[in-house]
Design a protein around this ligand. Structure first.
Ligand SMILES: [Zn+2]
Length: 471
């Protein structure tokens, strides 16, 4: 739970049990519902010990994992100081790039119709528009904006000292050197291996090169078999699913794909794509790191292969939040990831509704007129409220997100139910900010790990019945 001082400056986050204690004794008040933040009434920043926390970010296309950690020095093996990286709070930020893309395409469709519906001749317009440097399509721009918005918020509630972020999928210098100087050994081999895998995943789009299968285990396959002099360099490697890998065996690719000439051509073209060409694919992440460095906190960029290597050394499964926890420098002999929160705060980008006040049908003709104002009887769609229903089927106290109506009969959605209630029975807890909040369990850790990590979890606080909207 985040803690801020009397004056609003961030202090070290505390355990939910401690937060409950402080709230019950009247020493603290709730400053914000999600992410749950308390404000101490009797303590200023000067009277407190603030050692600082790290923010670890794993940017993804559909969801970004964010972890708030503190590093605690322990006495490690052989008397050396080891670092225990403790996960305090983990957040999964779900983006809405797809929705934005669909919306833009729909709008383009309406405009195209308007243009062709006008039968007057128009000379074709030249492609004379320029875009400012660093321009990104709105669906990608949104990824950076929503990540920045959340990170800025976290920097307000937690004393962030440094930010670790995954900037590139793989380390170009490592991948370029593969297969040149004999075989490496020990940690070097596993590190190189994870960078190469990250590179191949980016190059082959995470799917089998021979049948396009995704969501299956993929093996690294030598296109020109080693027994025919094929090298270990990345230009000779593809990803293949187990059936394809078995089927190909040690045959040459020309024999294996001789009945699919178009695929053979495609695979060979992709094999020859230069390394740099694949490395620059991700412009969004580069811009994210650039934008993050404007916050004024040191930003450390890492590669995806490095994260994978860390995660494998700690024996952890893959999830957005665990990847975020594993981002950064870890000495695998001494350091450890000492705690993984059992619950993940899921932040879903919902947007703030549409600007258009007319809902069109699928041909772009007006279908519904919406009211000019988005606020009705003091509430807007997306507000987090407490409803105290005096009588009827839904009598009782509820906490949930509302959708407003002009009539004042707003719809409340809680974790388990959905009903209409008059605005008179509502109390505002937190204004809508364009995000839906909810909780989800961290993916199941393997049996041994679970026992080790389940001792202290970040459950509790008072999340209420906050629900992630389906839309
Ligand atoms: Zn396959």
């Amino acid at each position: 739970m985040f803690v801020v001082a009397k004056g609003g400056e961030p202090l070290m986050p505390c355990h939910p049990a401690r937060a409950r204690e402080l709230l019950e004794s009247g020493r603290a008040v709730v400053a914000r519902r999600v992410p749950f933040t308390i404000r101490l009434k009797d303590r200023s920043r000067e009277d407190s010990t603030v050692t600082g926390v790290q923010l670890r970010i794993d940017p993804g296309s559909k969801a970004t994992g964010i972890a708030v950690t503190d590093g605690r020095e322990l006495l490690g093996p052989r008397g050396l100081t080891a670092l225990a990286c403790r996960g305090l709070i983990t957040i999964e930020l779900r983006h809405r790039g797809q929705q934005i893309h669909r919306g833009m395409m729909r709008r383009a469709g309406y405009r195209r119709r308007r243009r062709s519906a006008n039968l007057r001749h128009r000379a074709p317009r030249h492609k004379n528009r320029t875009r400012p440097s660093g321009w990104l399509p709105p669906s990608l721009r949104h990824r950076i904006d929503s990540t920045m918005s959340l990170v800025t918020k976290l920097c307000r509630y937690a004393p962030v000292l440094e930010i670790h972020v995954e900037q590139v999928a793989f380390d170009t210098s490592v991948v370029a050197g593969v297969g040149e100087s004999g075989s490496s050994e020990g940690w070097e081999a596993t590190y190189t291996g994870s960078e190469v895998r990250a590179f191949l995943l980016a190059k082959w789009n995470g799917s089998c090169a021979y049948c396009d299968a995704t969501e299956v285990p993929l093996d690294i396959e030598h296109v020109r078999p080693r027994r025919y002099g094929g090298s270990d360099r990345v230009s000779n490697l593809v990803l293949a699913c187990a059936p394809c890998n078995q089927l190909k065996g040690t045959r040459r690719i020309e024999d294996f794909l001789n009945d699919q000439p178009s695929r053979l051509e495609k695979v060979i073209a992709q094999l020859r794509r230069p390394l740099q060409d694949i490395a620059v694919m991700n412009a969004t992440r580069h811009q994210l790191v650039e934008t993050l460095s404007t916050i004024g906190v040191p930003v450390h960029p890492w590669s995806g292969g490095h994260t994978r290597w860390n995660r494998a050394a700690m024996g952890l499964p893959k999830s957005h939040t665990i990847d975020a926890l594993a981002t950064g420098l870890l000495d695998h002999d001494r350091d450890s990831i000492a705690r993984i929160p059992a619950q993940v705060l899921v932040v879903t980008s919902t947007g703030r509704g549409s600007y258009a006040r007319t809902t069109p049908d699928r041909f772009g003709f007006p279908r519904l007129r919406r009211p000019r104002s988005k606020i009705h009887h003091g509430y807007a769609t997306g507000d987090l409220v407490e409803a105290v229903v005096p009588r009827g089927k839904w009598a009782g106290r509820w906490v949930g997100r509302i959708a407003v109506r002009a009539s004042g009969q707003h719809r409340v959605t809680t974790l388990t139910s959905r009903f209409d209630v008059s605005h008179r029975h509502l109390r505002m807890l937190q204004r809508a900010d364009g995000y839906g909040y909810g909780f989800a369990p961290e993916i199941r850790l393997s049996a041994g790990r679970e026992a080790a990590y389940s001792g202290r979890t970040l459950k509790g606080g008072d999340p209420g019945n906050v629900r992630t909207p389906d839309a």
